[in-house]
Design a protein around this ligand. Structure first.
Ligand SMILES: Cc1ncc(COP(=O)(O)O)c(C=O)c1O
Length: 390
C-alpha cells in the first residue's frame, strides 16, 4: 500500500492523467518480476525480450504501423522532444499551431537560434486547426508540419487525413502529437500519411513515465538519447519492461472498449451540459468538434483557479488549463489563441472524464459546479467585478 493514501475525491481530470487500470497494475506486477534484461541472450533475457516485442506489436497494431517503427520512450514529452533536433537544421522551416503542448513548442523554440524558423498557425475560434491554414503558411523551405491530433485543453480534434494530405502533396514530413488521441479516436498512420506520432501510456490508464514515438521506416531519425543499440538503435537505455508491458495492456483494453466508452462519454457530456443549462448558469463551452471526454467551460465573472480550488474543497478534481500549467495563474495560451480575452481565458476550467467515470460522478460535479458558480456569479454581479473565493 502507498504511504500516502489516495484522496477521497471524485476524479474528473482524465486529460491530466487517468488512474492506473487494475488490469495494467497486474500486468506490470508480473512483468516486474522478470529478472532478465531484454538485451541479454540467455533465457531470462529472452523472456523479457518476448514480452517487449509483444508490446511493440500491440502498439503497432493500434496505429496501423509495423513493430519496427515503434520506439518506446519515457513518455509523450520525450517522444515530442526526439522528433525535431537532428531532423531540422539551419534554413529549415516548420509549420505548427499556436495550440501545441509545451513539449512541442519549447523544443522547436530551442532550434530557432540554430537557424530553424517556426510558423505557429492560429486555430479557428472553435479551437480547430484548419488544414487550409497550415497549407497557406508553407514556404519553399518548409520541411515539417507538426500539429497535434487532440488538444489537451479543449479536446479539439484535428483532421489528420487532411493535414497528411497537405504534407504529402508538398513532399513534407508530418508529425502529430497524439498523446490525448490514442484510445480516444481511431488512428492510422498510413491512411493519414504520418511520419512521426507521439503517444503516452498514462492518459489511457497505463503507467506514468512510459510512451512511444512512431517513426515511419525510411524517414530520417536522430537519437535523442544515445547509448546502447536498444529500440532498433533509436533510443539507448535498458527498456522499462514493466512499464511497456503495462502500456500495451492499456492499449489492448482501450482498443477493445473504444466504441462503448466513446458513447458513454458522449452521454456524460450531455448530462453535464444539460445540468448546467437547467441551473440557468451563464457559461460557454470552449471548443467544438472535440472528443467527448474533455469539456472546457468558461464561466463569465468567475476566477477559474478559484473555482478549481472550491471544487477541490468539495471533493472534485478538475483542472485550470492544462496540468503542466498548474500552479500558474496565467491565462491559457490555447484559449488566448482561440481569441478569448485575458478575462475570458482566466474564467475557464477543464473537466475531463474517462474509463472509470460514473453517471453519479458526472451528476455530482455538475451539481457542485452549479452551486459554486451560481454563488460566485451572483457575488460578482453584486460586486460589479470578478468574484474570487475566500
Ligand atoms: C497533448 C500532450 N502532449 C504531450 C504530453 C506529455 O506527455 P507525458 O506526460 O507522457 O510526458 C501531454 C501530457 O500532458 C499532452 O497532453
Amino acid at each position: 500500500m502507498p504511504d500516502t493514501p489516495p484522496p477521497d475525491q471524485i476524479y474528473c481530470d482524465y486529460a491530466a492523467t487517468a488512474p492506473l487500470r487494475p488490469e495494467v497494475r497486474e500486468t506490470m506486477h508480473q512483468a516486474g518480476q522478470l529478472p532478465g534484461n531484454p538485451s541479454s541472450i540467455h533465457q531470462s533475457g529472452q523472456v523479457a525480450k518476448v514480452l517487449l516485442e509483444r508490446a511493440r506489436q500491440t502498439a503497432a497494431d493500434a496505429l496501423g504501423a509495423e513493430p519496427r517503427e515503434i520506439v518506446f520512450t519515457s513518455g509523450g514529452t520525450e517522444a515530442n522532444n526526439t522528433v525535431f533536433p537532428g531532423l531540422l537544421g539551419s534554413g529549415d522551416h516548420v509549420v505548427t499551431s499556436m495550440t501545441e503542448h509545451p513539449s512541442v513548442q519549447r523544443p522547436l523554440e530551442r532550434l530557432e537560434p540554430l537557424g530553424v524558423t517556426v510558423t505557429q498557425v492560429a486555430p479557428q475560434a472553435n479551437g480547430m486547426i484548419q488544414a487550409g491554414d497550415i497549407e497557406a503558411a508553407l514556404r519553399p523551405n518548409t520541411r515539417l508540419i507538426s500539429v497535434m491530433c487532440v488538444n489537451n485543453e479543449t479536446g479539439a480534434l484535428a483532421d489528420l487525413d487532411a493535414l497528411g494530405d497537405v504534407a504529402s502533396r508538398h513532399g513534407l514530413l508530418f508529425h502529430t502529437d497524439a498523446v490525448q488521441a490514442l484510445g480516444k479516436t481511431p488512428l492510422d498512420v498510413n491512411r493519414s500519411g504520418i511520419h512521426f506520432l507521439s503517444a503516452s501510456a498514462h492518459k489511457i490508464g497505463g503507467p506514468k513515465g512510459t510512451g512511444l514515438l512512431y517513426a515511419r521506416k525510411g524517414t530520417p531519425f536522430h537519437n535523442l538519447i544515445a547509448g546502447g543499440s536498444q529500440e532498433n538503435s533509436h533510443r539507448g537505455g535498458t527498456e522499462n519492461v514493466a512499464g511497456i508491458a503495462g502500456f500495451a495492456r492499456a492499449i489492448e483494453i482501450a482498443t477493445a472498449e473504444y466504441g462503448e466508452l466513446h458513447s458513454r462519454l458522449i452521454g456524460f457530456r450531455k448530462i453535464l451540459l444539460g445540468d448546467l443549462d437547467d441551473g440557468n448558469l451563464s457559461y460557454n463551452v470552449n471548443g467544438t468538434g472535440t472528443i467527448p471526454g474533455i469539456v472546457n467551460l468558461q464561466f463569465p465573472g468567475v476566477n477559474g483557479q478559484a473555482l478549481v480550488m472550491n471544487l477541490d474543497g468539495r471533493g472534485y478534481a478538475v483542472s485550470y488549463g492544462s496540468s503542466c500549467a498548474s500552479g500558474s495563474s496565467e491565462a491559457s495560451h490555447v484559449l488566448l489563441a482561440m481569441g478569448l480575452t485575458q478575462a475570458e481565458a482566466t474564467s475557464a476550467i477543464r473537466v475531463s472524464f474517462g474509463y472509470a467515470t460514473t453517471r453519479e460522478e458526472v451528476l455530482g460535479v455538475a451539481a457542485a459546479l452549479g452551486d459554486i458558480v451560481g454563488k460566485l456569479q451572483s457575488d460578482s454581479l453584486h460586486a460589479g467585478k470578478e468574484a474570487t473565493v475566500e
